[in-house]
Design a protein around this ligand. Structure first.
Ligand SMILES: Cc1ncc(COP(=O)(O)O)c(C=O)c1O
Length: 498
């Protein structure tokens, strides 16, 4: 990596014209550090670290400080929403911003769903839209029961999911609150993947649970093997046992999906070790390639399955999701829902009944075809960046994201993925999400990784990736010059010491 500089250094040591060479090297270093300073300024941290002195970060911190709040509320913000806020602010200033930060379908609700909502509101007859039963409209729960039969083969005496096991929730986020409250007490240990959806960790923390971060393997996966090795480690070290596991497959941020055998193994591992498995299946329906989606419910009646209308069904703002709950949790969850939410939005429930109509499915499958093209595009563009190694790109089996590790050669102090995403947004108007949102806060990987969401239009994704490639050349040169600077500094110190 430093061969040119090492040669220059040797030459400097040998040369009679060493002062000239040295002066040249100083000018080179200063010029580059000037660039670094500019980049570091432009890339000032708008969404992260408390030590940040960026304007937005100050505002964010002030908001937190002004609000005060309980100790339960002292959790990390959901960074992607901070980025969205900054991207929106730039947009309001007239900038052309490409949003590849939020995993939100741009398509809106399916036509038949939107029509059902409009019809219900305007009539005739105009529907009241009052409260529903806490666990949701029976007609919608019936549709979901049928969905498990049709899609996963959960039919017949043994397999059928009874309507009593289906609970309609306020998005999957509402389901997390219900599931965590129903299953865990303060101090219980809940396992999450080291790269995972940040709200699991944040909600669990606010509920007083302890987090066991289980490192994903080199294929970016958390399988039964990784879980069991954490179970054994805790046993050996006399730590509290793991009480629960929450995992999404396909995963946000990695896109990695467990295959059928891996889901089965996870269910067995959890059941054998009294671990409450909560399987977040929100990205089911959005998968690519040959892997078959499997629901945890096929392999364990103890598992809680959580799903949502936000992704495949393209209804993120309708705040609607569902859970499949084991018999023993039906009553506790019903009581919690009655008290916490009463019910999920009635208008959304009413309209969502149209989600399994043939025309709706056709429309939704056309979205998946678009995501597939977008995914290809992102992967192709990344392939054209030689510095980003293939092994450092998580296998995007499903979902809406490509997750990239810059690798240790492509970062420098203050020039990791956080600063990169910030500079990319400020300079090129492209919003990506840095890994700090998804990684274990104790790990350095958050500032090495970043996530690209390809849920938007094909044009937007193509344009964003073109802008990123142009930006990358400048950014990478900047990182390299910082590395050279540090290299020279080390040599200087070593020379001084000898
Ligand atoms: C893995 C995962 N689970 C849950 C959610 C929350 O979704 P909802 O809109 O259903 O609350 C998200 C949102 O991006 C997600 O990525």
């Amino acid at each position: 990596m430093f061969s040119f500089l090492e040669m220059a250094w040797l030459y400097y040591n040998e040369s009679k014209t060493r002062s000239l060479v040295f002066a040249g090297m100083i000018v080179f270093t200063l010029l580059n550090s000037g660039v670094s300073v500019i980049f570091a300024y432009v890339g000032r941290d708008v969404w992260s670290a408390p030590s940040s002195n960026g304007k937005i970060a100050t505002n964010i911190n002030n908001v937190e400080r002004e609000h005060g709040g309980s100790s339960r509320s002292q959790i990390a913000s959901f960074k992607v929403l901070d980025i969205l806020r900054r991207a929106n602010a730039l947009e309001r200033e007239g900038r052309d911003i490409l949003h590849l930060e939020v995993g939100q379908p741009e398509s809106g609700a399916p036509a038949l769903v939107a029509k059902a909502a409009a019809d219900a509101l305007t009539g005739p007859p105009r529907k009241v839209m009052g409260y529903t039963e806490a666990c949701g409209l029976p007609a919608l729960r019936q549709k979901i029961t049928a969905h498990y039969g049709n899609k996963y083969g959960l039919k017949g005496e043994e397999g059928t999911i009874d309507i009593k096991n289906i609970v309609i929730t306020t998005g999957s986020s509402g389901a997390f609150l219900l599931a965590f409250t129903a299953c865990f007490d303060v101090g219980d240990v809940v396992a999450v993947a080291s790269s995972g959806y940040p709200c699991y960790r944040n909600i669990l923390k606010s509920m007083g649970c302890e987090i066991a971060t289980v490192p994903i393997n080199e294929d970016f996966k958390l399988t039964a093997k990784e879980l069991l090795s954490e179970v054994r480690r805790r046993e050996t070290e006399g730590l509290k046992p793991i009480k629960g596991l929450i995992l999404s497959s396909p995963s946000n941020p990695t896109g990695v999906m467990l295959d059928k055998a891996e889901v089965e193994a996870m269910c067995i591992a959890c059941d054998d070790n009294n671990i409450q498995f909560i399987s977040d299946e929100i990205y089911h329906g959005i998968t690519y390639g040959t892997k078959v989606e499997a629901t945890a419910r096929s392999f364990s009646k103890n598992a809680i399955v959580i799903n949502s209308f936000s992704k495949y069904y393209s209804m993120s703002g309708w705040r609607l999701g569902w859970m499949v709950v084991p018999d023993r949790l039906i009553d506790p969850i019903n009581r919690l829902q009655q008290n916490m939410f009463i019910n999920a939005p009635t208008i959304s429930q009413t309209a969502a009944i149209m989600c399994w109509e043939e025309d709706t499915i056709r429309e939704l499958e056309s979205h998946v075809a678009k995501y597939s093209k977008n995914r290809e595009r992102v992967l192709q563009e990344l392939e054209n960046i030689p510095e980003i190694e293939e092994k450092n790109i998580a296998p995007a089996d499903g979902g809406l994201y490509v997750y990239v590790d810059l690798g240790k050669d492509n970062v420098a102090p203050d020039l990791g993925s956080v600063a990169m995403c910030s500079a990319l947004l400020e300079e090129e108007g492209v919003a990506f999400t840095p890994g700090i949102d998804f990684e274990d806060p104790k790990s350095e990987l958050g500032d090495r990784r970043f996530r690209i969401s390809y849920a938007g239009s094909i044009d937007n994704v193509s344009d964003a990736m073109k802008r990123f490639r142009t930006f990358w050349i400048r950014w990478h040169a900047n990182v390299k010059s910082k590395q050279y600077e540090m290299f020279f500094e080390r040599i200087r110190r070593r020379t001084r010491a000898t």
